[in-house]
Design a protein around this ligand. Structure first.
Ligand SMILES: Nc1ncnc2c1ncn2[C@@H]1O[C@H](COP(=O)(O)OP(=O)(O)OP(=O)(O)O)[C@@H](O)[C@H]1O
Ligand SMILES: [Mg+2]
Length: 367
């Protein structure tokens, strides 16, 4: 863990180069048209098994039992098929097996802007489109996840704050997202910004969210809570390691860490992992860093491949094979109060999130 720099000293030397126009920090967003033009010829030859949006479009599975046979031969045809399937939801897909008990994911990385919220809402919507029952808990006072999921989060609206600070049952502050059936959201209002301070004097302050989530009548195993149970709870954390994130780490069984494929991607991760170890040792032994997701991956740059390479070296199987491409459609969706899964279901970003969700579901909960 300590191999990751936690300080803000001199930039470490890395084995991958800064690159020109496609560099994520160069400011230019590549368009989806750019992304879908990616070919193996333009991809850096690192030998790393990274699955990009272009691979996903080419390798999209067939869907038996649908009348969408026809021409599967081109990426375009496959993408079109995904659009239809996404619109018609899980009914047309081979069913994805539900976990035997609710899997509670903490989506955290104290680094800002790495794709925590984007990954939370899109993985959640994708899982719901795949027939799973999903609850998103917005734990960031910015309320970005609530916005993307189209749920009211003006000051005073029932929210995570009420559950955390006043002990209101989570079921009373959750609302359905208009995005996908079977997707519920506990929104965050700006009031949550005060919770970090208000909770300091509260007894068992780091266990409040755990109590709220595990006290929900639909969180638990098939035997205990039945068929209406949530299959997944995803908690979107703020970019800090304060009391809110600590509450999430104590509440979750699994952790998903989004890592942006850019220079300095691993900076600060050491501190996050040290916090996780501390939580495991003292507060929540069952916490498992099960999922690392590389986001904003630009397949045309050696930089992105280098970062993915390094992430995989450190985390091995925890890293999902699917990477999320940098795509303007992904970043546009929240301004329409949508996830990319409904805003543009056939886009490379949506297909990648669908694939990432499928990978998470198929991998299953850690033993
Ligand atoms: N795959 C992507 N392609 C293009 N833009 C993206 C992608 N993923 C995220 N973004 C954009 O990057 C910015 C940061 O993403 P996001 O808000 O998900 O990060 P975050 O880690 O939740 O940030 P914060 O730390 O502030 O909570 C947003 O403007 C988002 O739209
Ligand atoms: Mg966020």
């Amino acid at each position: 863990m300590s191999e990751f720099s936690t300080g803000d000293g001199a930039p470490p030397e890395r084995g991958y180069p800064q690159v020109g126009p496609g560099h994520p920090q160069a400011g230019g967003h590549s368009s989806d048209a750019d992304v879908s033009r990616e070919t193996d010829a333009t991809r850096p030859a690192t030998g790393i098994p990274v699955r990009t949006a272009a691979d996903i479009a080419v390798a999209a599975p067939d869907f038996p039992g649908t009348d969408l046979g026809g021409d599967h031969s081109t990426p375009l045809a496959r993408a079109a098929e995904h659009v239809v399937l996404a619109r018609h939801g899980a009914r047309m897909r081979p069913p994805l097996e539900r976990p035997g008990a609710t899997r509670v994911f903490v989506v955290a990385n104290q680094k800002g802007g790495v794709g925590k919220t984007t990954s939370t809402v899109n993985v959640a919507a994708a899982l719901a489109q795949l027939g799973q029952r999903v609850l998103v808990v917005d734990l960031d006072p910015q309320g970005n996840a609530s916005t993307a999921l189209g749920v009211e989060h003006r000051r005073g609206a029932p929210s995570t704050y009420d559950a955390l600070v006043d002990g209101v049952p989570l079921a009373d502050v959750a609302s359905p997202s208009p995005e996908v059936d079977t997707l519920m959201v506990v929104p965050a209002t700006i009031d949550l910004a005060g919770a970090e301070i208000e909770l300091v004097s509260v007894v068992a302050r780091e266990g409040r969210l755990r109590k709220a989530i595990h006290g929900h009548p639909l969180v638990g195993s098939a035997e205990d809570v039945g068929e209406d149970r949530f299959d997944y709870v995803l908690i979107d954390c703020p970019p800090s390691l304060g009391l809110l994130t600590l509450n999430a780490l104590v509440a979750g069984n699994e952790m998903m860490i989004p890592i942006q494929a850019e220079y300095y991607a691993l900076e600060g991760l050491g501190q996050l992992l040290e916090t996780v170890e501390m939580v495991k040792a003292h507060l929540n032994p069952s916490l498992d860093v099960s999922t690392i997701l590389v986001t904003m991956y630009d397949a045309r740059t050696r930089l992105a491949a280098g970062v993915a390479d390094e992430v995989r070296e450190h985390f091995g199987d925890q890293v999902l094979k699917t990477t999320i491409p940098r795509s303007v459609r992904v970043s546009e969706a929240p301004s329409y109060g949508q996830t990319v899964m409904t805003y543009d279901p056939g886009s490379p970003g949506a297909l990648s999130y669908l694939e990432a969700a499928r990978e998470i579901a198929i991998k299953g909960a850690p033993a």
